[in-house]
Design a protein around this ligand. Structure first.
Ligand SMILES: *[C@@H]1O[C@H](CO)[C@@H](O)[C@H](O)[C@H]1NC(C)=O
Ligand SMILES: *[C@@H]1O[C@H](CO)[C@@H](O)[C@H](O)[C@H]1NC(C)=O
Ligand SMILES: *[C@@H]1O[C@H](CO)[C@@H](O)[C@H](O)[C@H]1NC(C)=O
Ligand SMILES: *[C@@H]1O[C@H](CO)[C@@H](O)[C@H](O)[C@H]1NC(C)=O
Ligand SMILES: *[C@@H]1O[C@H](CO)[C@@H](O)[C@H](O)[C@H]1NC(C)=O
Ligand SMILES: *[C@@H]1O[C@H](CO)[C@@H](O)[C@H](O)[C@H]1NC(C)=O
Ligand SMILES: *[C@@H]1O[C@H](CO)[C@@H](O)[C@H](O)[C@H]1NC(C)=O
Length: 249
């Protein structure tokens, strides 16, 4: 029994460092589905594709559905996101964030490693209604990745959540080791912080779900307790200021 326990412990340490995500679990590592009144997107890890369904959702025919292949097969997508009130007169787009698993590849095809965030933008000149009217199948061929940004200074993150500003103008990403704000448009940029100093008492916090307004982000997760504590973690909710990613309450 003890040797089995020792084996399990050693085994865990041997595989630690090599991240090989299971591709059949839709609950693992992040939030795989997002929807607003323009589109629904789901990250399908096993097929390395995004399923996109355009609104109006009362058309249950599959003609308003299409799939996009991931831009790089070495990418594992943790999370997708859309702004709730995203501009309906602009091209439809969604956010995606993930990691290049070091158990799959050292770097991706562009030589990057670590975690990433970007947007997929549909630049189809025809709107959804024209496909509805003409009864033709909608195409995902006009989707393009824009402003992909990489974070290579932190290792594997077990869970990675992204809150999208309601108008889709920026995203706030949170993982155990880091927190960032990402602007995909105009002067696309990412402002990255180590996460520990953000939480009270330099705590270790594992973010699991988040949502943003134009001013604040609410994040729920598990706060790691001290080694002396009998309870390993405490469910905790924080409110952050988007402006400088500091704790409000
Ligand atoms: C779906 O909803 C749209 C907008 O409300 C409406 O114009 C259309 O007739 C509906 N279509 C079906 C098939 O119900
Ligand atoms: C929405 O998109 C249109 C077309 O790109 C643009 O002219 C307009 O300024 C945008 N509105 C907002 C609030 O961003
Ligand atoms: C990415 O590669 C650089 C250079 O080899 C290395 O210093 C860094 O630790 C790597 N990052 C990750 C997350 O593997
Ligand atoms: C898309 O637009 C082009 C012209 O811009 C038109 O020729 C074509 O028929 C349209 N397709 C659909 C499905 O509406
Ligand atoms: C990042 O881009 C946004 C939007 O273009 C801009 O408002 C902001 O000042 C930029 N931040 C930095 C650090 O460059
Ligand atoms: C948190 O860590 C920073 C440096 O990493 C230190 O300056 C600060 O005093 C710490 N705060 C607390 C409450 O421990
Ligand atoms: C963030 O902004 C708030 C309000 O403007 C300020 O009180 C706080 O000190 C700032 N925190 C950091 C870490 O910059």
């Amino acid at each position: 029994m003890w040797s089995l326990l020792l084996f399990l412990v050693l085994n865990k340490y041997t595989v630690y460092g090599d991240f090989n995500p299971g591709t059949s679990n839709y609950d693992a590592y992040g939030v795989k589905i997002a929807v607003n009144n323009m589109l629904l997107v789901e990250a399908q890890s096993a097929a390395a594709t995004f399923l996109v369904q355009f609104s109006p959702y009362n058309y249950t025919r599959s003609t308003l559905q299409c799939t996009i292949d991931y831009d790089d097969t070495t990418h594992y997508v943790y999370t997708v996101g859309v702004g709730f009130y995203q501009n309906t007169s602009a091209y439809p787009y969604f956010y995606f964030a993930g990691e290049i698993p070091n158990g799959w590849a050292a770097t991706d095809s562009s030589g990057h490693n670590g975690t990433f965030i970007g947007i997929w933008v549909n630049q189809d000149p025809n709107n959804t209604q024209s496909y509805v009217n003409s009864q033709q199948s909608i195409s995902c061929d006009y989707f393009q990745v824009e402003n992909l940004q990489f974070i290579s200074t932190y290792g594997h993150q077990e869970f990675f959540v992204v809150a999208i500003e309601p108008y889709g103008q920026y995203a706030i990403g949170m993982a155990t080791d880091f927190i960032f704000i990402y602007y995909p448009f105009s002067s696309s940029n990412i402002t990255l912080k180590q996460s520990t100093p953000v939480w009270p008492n330099n705590a270790t916090f594992h973010p699991l779900a988040a949502d943003a307004t134009g001013t604040f982000t609410v994040v729920a997760g598990l706060l790691k307790n001290s080694a002396q504590s009998q309870v390993r973690a405490t469910p905790t909710v924080y409110v952050l200021r988007n402006s400088n990613l500091s704790i409000l309450t």
